[in-house]
Ligand binder design. Structure first.
Ligand SMILES: [Zn+2]
Length: 108
């Protein structure tokens, strides 16, 4: 039985809504079908409580299978233990904050 997809809707369906029904998000490459599971709670920690449809625009998601950018589709799921074992769950390793200095020529 397939996992229920969220209803087709016009309203906003946010990560916090998705997290009530599912623990994982599956980001899948439309090109080569490679996918990774992400914890919805971690996506929310990183991006905030954004709409699920906007997750694919939040990052320069690059497929680790074929290297294509912006070919990622998002859905939510509750994979079985067996499916999880056969798949890659991508977790937050660390968050790096970058401080960038822009120089300009004088006189001011
Ligand atoms: Zn790919």
């Amino acid at each position: 039985m397939p996992e229920p997809y969220w209803p087709k809707r016009k309203g906003s369906y946010r990560l916090s809504n998705a997290a009530k029904n599912s623990r994982y998000a599956r980001l899948r490459c439309r090109y080569c079908k490679t996918y990774r599971y992400y914890l919805i709670e971690e996506l929310k920690a990183v991006f905030g409580d954004i709409e699920c449809d906007d997750v694919v625009y939040q990052n320069d998601w690059r497929c680790s299978g074929c290297g294509e950018k912006n070919m990622i589709e998002f859905d939510t799921c509750n994979p079985s233990a067996t499916e999880l074992q056969a798949s890659v769950v991508r977790r937050i390793d660390r968050v790096v904050y970058v401080r960038k200095v822009i120089w300009k020529d004088g006189p001011d």
